[in-house]
Write a protein that binds this ligand. Structure first.
Ligand code: FEO
Ligand code: CA
Ligand code: CA
Ligand code: CA
Length: 582
């Protein structure tokens, strides 16, 4: 088809087969372009990638590793362009055994060198990169683009909101508790209506070393899933003492926040927005209340953790971008209680209300936010099966939550109806309409129902619930990131691979006769996960983040693929791809 014939039409395709392969696969009639790979130069002075010439200095000038969340923001800001924009991309964590020849996953933290650690620190965090589609339809990076930027695991990040400056956030290096060093474990995220990007710190325990039983707040450390570790998973604490919580016990409290980045202002420091709570933040997708306040949906990606919603105090000002600069510092964080009558109630986490008082150890709102999980426990929130993608459908206003699973569940509840939940499920939330006739994402309660129960539809033991016409390739397990195309179809990436044996990307309608009928669209390379399906405004380009190819190899000598280049002597490289027709 010519682009003009297909503009505005959703992707149509013949379903493919799912299998682990060295390469990737997509339906006939579609092309996959590699937009940017780990190590590609972002700046005019940055060298091309070569695994034999990695250095901390060059890693700061190159695209990071293990790309995860990917946002497309049209350029110029607000133009709605579908062929020119900024990609804002998370780099979740390093795989040193697949970055450095000779390093093995066994003994990694003990054997990694200081230079290798510093390359990892530079390769994590976030990239902002200008991309453009040329006359031939090929997406490419604008090397040296004015907005290109690296935020790393040691970039100074401002701390704002009710927990800023809190005594529990103060450290020797930052006695005021107002600036943290870096962001890491950046998983999914979201775009705000005013054109900034939210990047989510999803559990930081892997990056730290120390002894939990010696920590002054042992209960909080255990609730944050910290374990005793001599050097941390990646050995960073051997060379950078702020990753040692024996020496700096408050340092972990400065992570697991949502960070706001203004990609259109390369000089503006990123900001940790503490009003959005502290937990294993998966994503932060935005919607509007009927009165124009911004709503942010927040999942806590851990077994038995909760679904949250932040609602700003003030409405968004779409006429004056600067007026929204600190909108996310003031508002109400609430947690979901799913009732068996099909209602979900949003329970506000406000200091002084209900059990959130000094008698229960909360001296102020900062304490409520630093210990969001414990506050939510006391309110009676519904423990969920690992909330991942949590995002409103832009067409219907219904909100979908992917729950990857929870093999440890023994007690079902209405919203997590299977014990054990080995395959995950997807819930649907339906906000009531507000006075403007639009779904009111700020309402105190919504309706909810089960959209899909994952598993093998042919295996009665799985108790799977898909559309009756679901094909052999169409069912999936362990749903993780979700996204929507402009037609309102739901795209789901798995992160398992569980009983399917391999991860993939499926798409389905959420309304009409094919509601909940998934079809397989993309098969990523072996031992990788595809993340964060994101469309251009015209729906004609799908950006997809391909993370950790051949991740289970113990070292570079044993990798199962050289995707995407299969270049001799070079490792597989995580990459953001663009999928287009033709
Ligand atoms: Fe990084 Fe929740 O997956
Ligand atoms: Ca994820
Ligand atoms: Ca995941
Ligand atoms: Ca993952």
């Amino acid at each position: 088809h010519a682009a003009s014939e297909t503009a505005g039409q959703p992707f149509e395709f013949d379903e493919i087969a799912l299998e682990p392969r060295a390469g990737d696969r997509l339906p006939i009639g579609y092309t996959r372009q590699v937009v940017i790979r780990w190590g590609d130069p972002l700046f005019a002075d940055a060298p091309a990638f070569d695994v034999a010439r990695l250095s901390p200095a060059t890693a700061r000038r190159q695209f990071g590793i293990n790309n995860d969340y990917t946002a497309f923001l049209p350029l110029p800001l607000g133009s709605g362009s579908s062929d020119h924009g900024l990609l804002v991309v998370n780099h979740e964590y390093p795989n040193p055994q697949l970055m450095f020849p000779g390093l093995d996953v066994a003994g990694l933290a003990e054997n990694i060198t200081r230079d290798q650690v510093d390359i990892c620190i530079a390769a994590c965090g976030v990239s902002v990169v200008e991309v453009q589609r040329d006359a031939a339809g090929q997406w490419g990076v604008v090397q040296g683009g004015a907005y290109n930027r690296r935020i790393t695991a040691d970039t100074p990040i401002r701390i704002s909101g009710p927990a800023a400056g809190h005594p529990r956030l103060r450290t020797a290096a930052d006695p005021a508790g107002l600036w943290a060093l870096g962001t890491h474990d950046n998983c999914n995220g979201g775009r705000t209506p005013w054109g900034t990007v939210l990047t989510c710190e999803e559990g930081s325990a892997d990056f730290f070393a120390g002894h939990v039983d010696r920590h002054p707040d042992r209960a909080l450390m255990e609730r944050s899933h910290y374990e005793d570790s001599a050097h941390g998973r990646y050995g960073w604490a051997r060379f950078h003492e702020h990753f040692d919580f024996d020496r700096h016990p408050n340092e972990p409290n400065r992570f697991e926040w949502v960070v706001e980045i203004d990609p259109f202002d390369p000089e503006a420091p990123p900001v940790k927005r503490t009003a959005l709570g502290r937990f294993a933040h998966e994503g932060a997708h935005c919607a509007l209340a009927a009165d124009g306040r911004v709503v942010v949906y927040l999942g806590d990606d851990y077994e038995f953790e909760y679904c949250y919603r932040f609602t700003s105090q003030r409405p968004v000002d779409m006429q004056n971008r600067a007026a929204n600069r600190d909108l996310l510092d003031d508002g109400v964080l609430a947690v979901a209680r799913f009732d068996g009558d099909g209602t979900v109630h949003w329970l506000p986490l406000i200091w002084g209300q209900g059990p959130l008082t000094p008698e229960n150890g909360f001296a102020n709102q900062g304490d409520v936010l630093i210990e969001t999980r414990r506050a939510a426990d006391l309110l009676g929130a519904t423990p969920m099966d690992s909330p991942e993608g949590f995002e409103p459908n832009p067409v219907t206003g219904h909100v979908y939550i992917a729950l990857t699973g929870n093999g440890d569940r023994t007690e079902p509840n209405p919203a997590n109806p299977r014990a054990a939940n080995n395959h995950g499920h997807i819930l649907e939330m339906i906000p009531p309409n507000g006075a403007n006739g639009q779904p009111d994402h700020g309402a105190d309660s919504f309706a909810w129902d089960v959209f899909i129960l994952c598993g093998d539809p042919k295996n009665p033991q799985d108790q799977a619930q898909f559309h009756a016409d679901t094909s052999r390739q169409g069912w999936f397990v362990e749903p993780d990131n979700i996204g929507f195309d402009p037609a309102g179809r739901l795209w789901v990436c798995s992160d398992g691979p569980g009983i399917r044996g391999h991860d993939g990307l499926w798409v389905m309608d959420t309304t009409g006769p094919k509601r909940g009928l998934p079809r397989l669209f993309y098969n990523p390379p072996i031992q990788s996960e595809c993340c964060s399906p994101a469309f251009t405004p015209d729906g004609q380009t799908l950006f997809l983040s391909i993370q950790h190819p051949s991740e289970r190899a113990a070292n570079l000598a044993e990798v199962l693929t050289g995707w995407p280049d299969f270049a001799p002597g070079q490792p597989p490289r995580p990459a953001v791809i663009a999928i287009v027709r033709g």
